[in-house]
Design a protein around this ligand. Sequence first.
Ligand SMILES: NC(=O)c1ccc[n+]([C@@H]2O[C@H](COP(=O)([O-])OP(=O)(O)OC[C@H]3O[C@@H](n4cnc5c(N)ncnc54)[C@H](OP(=O)(O)O)[C@@H]3O)[C@@H](O)[C@H]2O)c1
Length: 304
Amino acid sequence: MQAVAFDAVGAGPSPVDLPTPQPGPGEMLVRVKASSVNGFDLAAIGGMFQGIFEYNFPVVLGKDFAGTVEAIGEGVTRVSPGVSVFGVVAKPVLGDGGFAEYLVIAEQSPWATVPNGLDPQHAAALGLAATAARTAVDALGLSRGETVLVSGATGGVGSYAIQFAAEWGATVIATARPGEEAAFVRRMGAAHTVDYTAGLAAQVREIAPDGVAAVLHLAGDGAQLASLRSAKGRLVSTLSFTPDESATAVIAQPDPDTLAKLAAAAAEGRLRVPVQRTYPLAEAPRALDDFASGTLGKLVIVID
Ligand SMILES: NC(=O)c1ccc[n+]([C@@H]2O[C@H](COP(=O)([O-])OP(=O)(O)OC[C@H]3O[C@@H](n4cnc5c(N)ncnc54)[C@H](OP(=O)(O)O)[C@@H]3O)[C@@H](O)[C@H]2O)c1
């Protein structure tokens, strides 16, 4: 099968031909139709998970996947061949990924069926980013009318987080440069935009003179963002930044129930899935470069 993988920490990812995996007991083989780019992919290439996960080279990239069940192993009961599924690759060893024509996952891993009204490309853009946003916004414990500053609002996690916070009735201040970025975050539900490249603190203070009730730290200078909170303001970070007891570090919790709810919301049009651009599998390395330069929403890899 065709895949995009890297051979060593720091080595550039490239298209490779690998043996098609076969499902063992309790596993299913997915014919992958789409995946998407996450910061996890760049971190894996950069070796940031050394000491946390074992690297089994060549490491196929892609935490997200959407596709069709091709075959099931012994003992699998919840799914049969032909069903459309999507989810997050969650294995203790880095090696398998969604940037490949086929992927084996455990029946007990984070996946859900793709509902009618949602195509694989949009399903593949939910996975890690939308579950991270869900976990992060839940951890903020927002109340109606509270002001939340989302830093890193233009990315995949940010674009979902804005929507979840606005859905709660919070007033969202989103980081975005004027123009296309500002228009994008407003479409996601932001009430205000602030340009992080032009005196962020002053812009935030103008909107919230006593500080914001909550900060969602997805990018940027954590210490500066923490200083923009009100006296009892909270901070939630996906970047492990916890300067004090009012701050919480979160990691995405992509369980099947959360994935199913996100997919239903997307299929029913209650959740926007902003796909900025799609790339064929062989161009996944370019998608990773583009991701590193900043995105508006999600970059999706399409596998024919
Ligand atoms: N802990 C977890 O489980 C978990 C799960 C998912 C993601 N994450 C992490 O959460 C972060 C966000 O993920 P993502 O997938 O949304 O990444 P992303 O798509 O790269 O989004 C980050 C966005 O922040 C913008 N940005 C860069 N520097 C900024 C700054 N100083 N202030 C404000 N915005 C800035 C970038 O756009 P411009 O450069 O164009 O401005 C980019 O659009 C990443 O660091 C990722 O690794 C953690």
